[in-house]
Design a protein around this ligand. Structure first.
Ligand code: FAD
Length: 473
């Protein structure tokens, strides 16, 4: 059954803290809704499912995919409960940049936990991008996927110097994946990247895509494999059932589950309050820029992370229709904390940054001055900022048969696919976290939960309040 009005079926009396807002604002990616956007597989909730997944974003849908494809759907009944439409959270509102972290945050993880712990995150993300390319080809998914060179640009001389030092450090570690990275500095940089005033730039392999189309294709596949999807069905509580398993309470009644997977990212603490300090809902902005018909603008065939002279960071992807999707600008709105921090309202923009991308292409790229490029659509979205900037994956500490896959910051695209594959193994095969091949720093642990609850900033580290994640491209 498909609801036709696209609005949330129930929880209409305002938005409780840490639940998705009832009516998200429009975004370019969802201007044309997929026919399954408001889908309900059955009129009523199933009485019982072997596995209930909370959230139908990238994490929830890809977990369902791995459960049915890697483990055989006939064995288990699976229901996805989604508060709004399918893929209406961060995944359906993001920048479409699937860019592994080669060296951005990796040195911090190396400092915290050793070189291998850091490098395995970079390697995992690179492997995730490759696995996604393979999947998209094998399943013939129409989602505008490209493999591009992602260009990192520094327009501030000091930041460029620091970036070069990081690059040299990573080379000295002899990580094999660094063979894909090339760094330029000095006069050549601007000519190579096309960004005005660039002092340095570097490039490596990354992907660009239409995430909503990608996920909705996966939704189609999991439904065909027997998964029950219930949109507009926010989960409000999960309690142990004295007879075994869990009673899952939703706005449309209760359902019973043997196992529960929390894939509701920014909103996880709405149902798992122990994560309140670990995963914090934080807003970001993103927009689509178009060039008027008949006007000319140079082709960009790389994706970008641009840092201006004052170190404001933007992520940017070119699209085959000639438009640009660009977002970020956290430095512009960071001080207006109430507009973005611990805020779930993606029905409105971030007031202090809403004009940042006016004339962005003209100001930033050589050759775009007369392009007439203008913001065609701008939107906000809600990310789950993790206290230590790593996602939480695995068995919820102290619980049985409850699992979490959340806290992906502004960086879920090159992380979630293989993360959900690993989680599916824990859920179905009772594998221990360390047997999954997931990066060790991704494991959800009582230590991480307590560290965030205590609010400790350790070893002069950047841990604290999750705001570090705000710097993530
Ligand atoms: C503006 C913006 C730009 C971004 N750009 C990029 C980018 O370019 N590259 C990149 O890698 N990452 C980017 N990100 C981050 C990326 O989108 C996320 O990391 C990723 O989409 C997280 O996927 P998810 O499935 O965990 O969360 P979501 O997509 O948010 O899915 C969670 C789902 O759970 C549902 N839900 C929540 N609570 C409940 C409940 N109680 N009951 C039932 N359902 C519930 C929500 O409605 C939602 O559909 C960006 C994010 C934003 C907001």
């Amino acid at each position: 059954m498909t609801l036709t009005n696209g609005t949330s079926a129930s929880h209409t009396a305002g938005t409780p803290k840490c639940f998705p807002s009832v009516t998200p604002g429009d975004t370019f990616w969802q201007n044309e809704k997929d026919e399954l956007h408001d889908h309900r597989s059955t009129e009523q909730l199933p009485e019982h499912s072997d596995i209930v997944i909370v959230g139908a974003g990238y994490a929830g849908v890809s977990t369902a995919y791995h459960l049915v494809k890697d483990h055989g759907h006939a064995k288990k009944s699976i229901t996805i409960l989604e508060a709004r439409g399918a893929c209406s959270g961060a995944t359906g509102r993001n920048g479409g940049h699937c860019r592994p972290d080669f060296y951005g945050h990796i040195p911090t993880y190396m400092d915290r936990a050793g070189a291998r712990a850091g490098a395995e995150i970079a390697e995992f993300e690179i492997a995730t991008l490759r696995a996604m390319k393979k999947l998209i080809q094998e399943e013939n998914i129409d989602c505008d996927f490209t493999l591009a060179r992602s260009i990192d640009v520094w327009c501030n001389a000091d930041a460029a110097k620091k970036a070069k030092a990081v690059y040299d450090r990573m080379l000295a570690e002899k990580f094999e994946y660094m063979e894909d990275v090339i760094f330029y500095e000095g006069e050549k940089a601007e000519g190579i990247c096309g960004v005005k005033g660039a002092k340095a730039c570097a490039s490596f392999t990354a992907g660009t895509m239409w995430p909503y189309k990608f996920i909705m294709h996966l939704v189609r596949l999991v439904l065909a494999a027997g998964v029950n999807l219930q949109t507009h069905t926010p989960v409000t509580a999960v309690k142990p059932d004295p007879q075994g398993g869990y009673t899952v309470t939703t706005s449309r009644g209760t359902t019973h589950a043997t196992k529960v997977v929390y894939a509701n990212n920014a909103y996880v603490s709405g149902v798992l309050p122990q994560y309140k300090k670990n995963i914090i809902p934080c807003k970001g902005i993103c927009c689509r820029i178009t060039v008027p018909e008949g006007a000319k603008a140079p082709l960009l065939n790389n994706s970008y992370i641009n840092r201006t002279e004052d170190n404001t960071l933007s992520y940017l992807i070119p699209r085959s229709d000639g438009s640009i999707v660009v977002g970020g600008a956290a430095a512009v709105f960071r001080s207006s904390e109430s507009q973005w921090y611990d805020n779930v309202d993606d029905s409105i923009l971030i007031e202090s940054a809403k004009d940042y991308y006016t004339d962005y292409m003209q100001k930033t790229y050589n050759g775009w001055e007369e392009s007439g490029a203008k913001v065609d659509q701008i939107w906000s979205g809600v990310m789950g900022y993790s206290y230590d900037s790593n996602p939480h994956i695995g068995v919820v500490p102290g619980e049985q048969d409850q699992f979490i896959l959340a806290g992906f910051n502004g960086h879920g695209m090159p992380v979630i696919w293989l993360s959900s594959k690993g989680l599916a193994k824990i859920v179905m095969d009772d594998l221990k976290f360390e047997e999954t091949g997931l990066p060790r720093l991704f494991e959800t642990t009582q230590f991480r939960i307590d560290r965030a609850l205590s609010g400790k900033v350790e070893d002069g580290d950047i841990l604290g309040s999750g705001k570090f994640a705000a710097t993530r491209p």
